[in-house]
Every structure is written in structure tokens, then in C-alpha cells.
Design a protein around this ligand. Structure first.
Ligand SMILES: [Zn+2]
Length: 229
């Protein structure tokens, strides 16, 4: 008897993207009219639970001088999902194993969880922009070569959209503005208040977490539309 391997996360992301692209292609009204020759290519990706680590913390968890190895480039291709994972432990030893590390290393360590994850760990986490970790709860991290107490840095990442200057001009938004994402699906939903984040090199990409993606059944979405809030 043959077994069929479940698709991994990157395969699922590609499937979602191609479904959305097909649907957008079938229905021209899903895309705003081009302005100045620029048509946004809206991609909605799901950020599953993950960690960012300093090299010093990688040294503790994986051994001195250990370098993260890239499993897959992310859509914003300066970043990658690494092959390495750690266990995140909350109060009373409740644990989520296999939390993927995103590289490259950063100046601070941070764990991004869904609120469902946080509840299962017994943590009360705030909604924060990535990097804004003052006053946030900590946790215990366990790697193959060691463990450490992260004093702070466990957050639910604020829903946001990455974009470059052309897309910002198209939508008439700037950094820190808010946008709404309409999702047509079996659970039609408008996710409100996505924070606009801009960088000259960024591709247009919405990041929502697994709770948000599940609540609007993103996998079965037929149309997604981004509008200024
Ligand atoms: Zn993001």
C-alpha cells in the first residue's frame, strides 16, 4: 500500500497562491484598475508560528558557531525558513515542539504565535508589530544542544501588508496607514486594520497568522481585495 505524504507548508502556500492568482485572472474586477502602468500583484501568505533568534541564542540552542541552514526562501526573499526548529515551552511545562526558525539571525530573539497557540501554552500575549517586544511575556526555548529562558519577546504579530513604493502609490497609502482585506470564501470575512509596512525592495504581500487565515477559510478563497481603511 502506498502512502501519500501530506503537503508541506511551502506547497500549501504555493497552492493557495495559484488558486488566488487563477481566480483573480478569471475575474478582472478583482483587481483594481491599473494606474500609471502598474497593476498590484496581491499575494496573501499565512505566517505560521515561528521564531527569530540572535546568533548568540542560536549558539546556545544549537551549539557554538552553528549557522542556520535555509530550507526555503520566503516570498520576501531576503528571509528564509530554516531547517532548524525549537520547542517553545510556556508555564506549567506546556510545550509546542517543532517551531521553525526564520533566518537570517536578528538583533533580538522573538517568538510569533497565534493566540490559539498562546492559549495552549498558557501565555497571555499582546498583539505587537514585529520587533516591538518591550513588556511582552517570555518563555523557555529548547534546542538540540541547549535551552534558554527568553525573558521577553513572545507576541501575536499584528496583521500587516508589505509593499514597495509603486504599490503604495497605487493604493494611496504610506507606511503605518491601515488597510482592509476582503476575503470572498465559504467564510466571507473582512480583516480590518492591516498595518502598511513599506520598503523599496518589498513585494506586495499580506501576512496574516493561522487563526486569521482559518477564520476566513483563506485556503478556499475565491477573491481577495485590499482597500485603504
Ligand atoms: Zn510580514
Amino acid at each position: 500500500m502506498s502512502t501519500i505524504a501530506a503537503p508541506d507548508r511551502s506547497q500549501i502556500e504555493r497552492m493557495v497562491r495559484s488558486i488566488l492568482e487563477q481566480q483573480l485572472g478569471k475575474n478582472g474586477s478583482a483587481k483594481p484598475a491599473p494606474v500609471a502602468g502598474h497593476t498590484p500583484n496581491l499575494v496573501v501568505n499565512i505566517s505560521a508560528r515561528h521564531a527569530h533568534l540572535t546568533q548568540a541564542d542560536v549558539d546556545i540552542l544549537f551549539g557554538h558557531g552553528y549557522q542556520l541552514t535555509a530550507m526555503k526562501r520566503l516570498y520576501q526573499d531576503t528571509d528564509f525558513a530554516s531547517n532548524e526548529t525549537i520547542a517553545v515551552v510556556g508555564p506549567r511545562q506546556r510545550m509546542i515542539p517543532g517551531v521553525r526558525i526564520l533566518g537570517p539571525c536578528r538583533a533580538f530573539s522573538q517568538v510569533e504565535l497565534s493566540i490559539t497557540d498562546a492559549i495552549s501554552l498558557g501565555l497571555d500575549i499582546p498583539v505587537k508589530l514585529s520587533g516591538d517586544i518591550e513588556g511582552t511575556p517570555g518563555c523557555l526555548l529548547i534546542g538540540p544542544k541547549g535551552s534558554l529562558v527568553l525573558p521577553k519577546g513572545v507576541i501575536k504579530a499584528e496583521r500587516h501588508v508589505h509593499m514597495g513604493p509603486k504599490d503604495a502609490e497605487f493604493y494611496g497609502v504610506k507606511a503605518k496607514d491601515r488597510m482592509n482585506l476582503r476575503v470572498e470564501s465559504p467564510c466571507p470575512t473582512t480583516l480590518e486594520g492591516l498595518l502598511v509596512r513599506t520598503h523599496p525592495d518589498w513585494k506586495l504581500e499580506v501576512h496574516i497568522d493561522t487563526d486569521e487565515a482559518n477564520c476566513c477559510d483563506l485556503t478556499n478563497a475565491t477573491k481577495v481585495t485590499l482597500v485603504k481603511a
